[in-house]
Design a protein around this ligand. Structure first.
Ligand code: NAD
Length: 375
């Protein structure tokens, strides 16, 4: 049973799908690991590190040859998979809605494509959940990115030359990334407030020592749909939220937005007019910029300035912490493969009726089979 680990080819992608730690663990299960030359360099892992952990290190053709499972961070260009064994698993974040043509090509190549971002949010799958592990790091890094763009300090400082007041930080969207952003901003000494459409997050905000800012008097405040995700809110709610945000953000120094709605463009949370009420020198980090953006005027892959406010729109924020992001991503993949490992077969087996398999399997036997893509 051979597992291939690819070097990522996407622009700006610095992560890798296996580490020496997971190479050792997968080898201990009985797999032979092949890692493409240079796969770990941008995540501070040398070819020697993989070789010492028991993997062979070779070019792409030799890495892919005869592989039963192919691991990646992002879905590879199907053309670069020529020579892959039909029936092999391709396990990565495959961006199924955004890269539909690639999914079709994986099917045509006879690959069984498994999209890790479709992992169900159930207790059993928590350790396999790449969205959580990567969002957590993104939330942390967003605060550091804001701090480095901000021309002032975060904590209150009482010095002989006078007092520096604490930065006011507002987090919009309190999922995995938002919770980590609150915790990080608090650790840096900021005064933190946060909002979400899911009322369940209020308690979480309070427990992290931040102030909840919520639209109170509108029906449907729960804002929670299936799987604990947010739903699209009513027009009345949106108007109330805009009013609340307008009065609050004018007093903030840093705003970090993380709001997403599965299967839809990111909700617009800050308009250009609202932005104009902020103090010059304030910083906004839009973590949803690649899904359409929470902030009007945010540009994916750039830091832009409007009305004296910097809007930070870095792409692929987890990749900015490539070593830790790779370590967690690789463990998510290992946890998935080992949970389904069949000792007799000497490889992982995904039962047809298993909830996880049904959720993540995109292609099988030459066809696209995932219900979310067929709907
Ligand atoms: P997400 O990335 O989909 O969205 C980020 C946050 O934005 C969410 O909290 C969402 O409610 C919020 N949001 C959406 N629209 C908004 C708006 N208009 N205004 C303000 N906020 C808005 O979220 P996520 O981090 O993936 O978490 C989603 C859910 O999944 C949560 O309930 C979380 O607890 C749950 N979860 C479960 C597991 C598990 O059990 N395995 C793992 C991770 C997360």
């Amino acid at each position: 049973m051979k597992i291939a680990v690819l070097r990522e080819a996407a622009a700006g992608e610095r992560r890798v799908a296996a580490t020496p730690e997971t190479v050792k663990k997968l080898t201990a299960l009985g797999a032979q690991l092949a890692v493409e030359t240079g796969a770990g360099l941008t995540a501070s892992i040398s070819d020697k590190g993989y070789a010492e952990a028991g993997a062979t290190v070779a070019d792409r053709a030799a890495t892919l040859a005869g592989a039963d499972i192919i691991l990646g961070v992002q879905g590879p260009d199907p053309e670069t998979l020529a020579g892959a064994k039909p029936g092999a698993w391709l396990v990565a974040a495959l961006n199924p809605f955004g890269e539909r043509a690639r999914v079709e090509a994986y099917a045509a190549a006879g690959l069984e494509a498994l999209a890790m971002e479709f992992m169900p949010r159930i207790t059993r799958a928590q350790s396999m959940d790449i969205l959580s592990s990567q969002s957590n790091l993104a939330g942390y890094k967003a605060v550091l990115d804001a701090a480095s763009e901000y021309g002032r300090a975060f904590p209150m400082m009482m010095t002989a030359a006078g007092t520096v007041s604490a930065a006011r930080v507002f987090i919009m969207g309190v999922g995995v990334a938002g919770l980590q952003a609150i915790a990080t901003a608090r650790r840096l000494g900021a005064q933190v407030s946060a909002t979400d459409v899911r009322s369940a997050t209020k308690e979480q905000i309070l427990s992290l020592g931040a102030k909840p800012i919520f639209v109170e008097e509108v029906k449907g405040i729960e804002g929670e749909g299936s799987g604990g995700y947010a739903t699209e809110m009513s027009e009345e709610y949106k108007a109330k939220q805009a009013e609340l945000v307008s009065s609050h953000i004018a007093k903030q120094d840093i705003v970090i937005t993380t709001a997403l709605i599965p299967g839809r463009p990111a909700p617009r949370l800050i308009s250009d007019a609202q932005l104009a009420t902020m103090k010059p020198g304030s910083v906004i980090v839009d973590l949803a910029v690649e899904s359409g953006g929470n902030v009007e005027g945010a540009v994916a892959g750039a830091i832009v300035e409007r009305h004296g406010v910097k809007i930070v729109g870095h792409r692929n924020v987890p990749s900015r912490l490539a070593a830790d992001a790779s370590a967690l991503f690789a463990r998510n993949l290992y946890n998935f493969l080992s949970a389904f490992w069949d000792k007799e077969a000497g490889r992982p087996v995904l039962p047809e009726d298993d909830e996880i398999g049904q959720a993540i399997r995109l292609t099988q036997d030459g066809k696209v089979v995932n219900t979310r893509l067929l709907a």
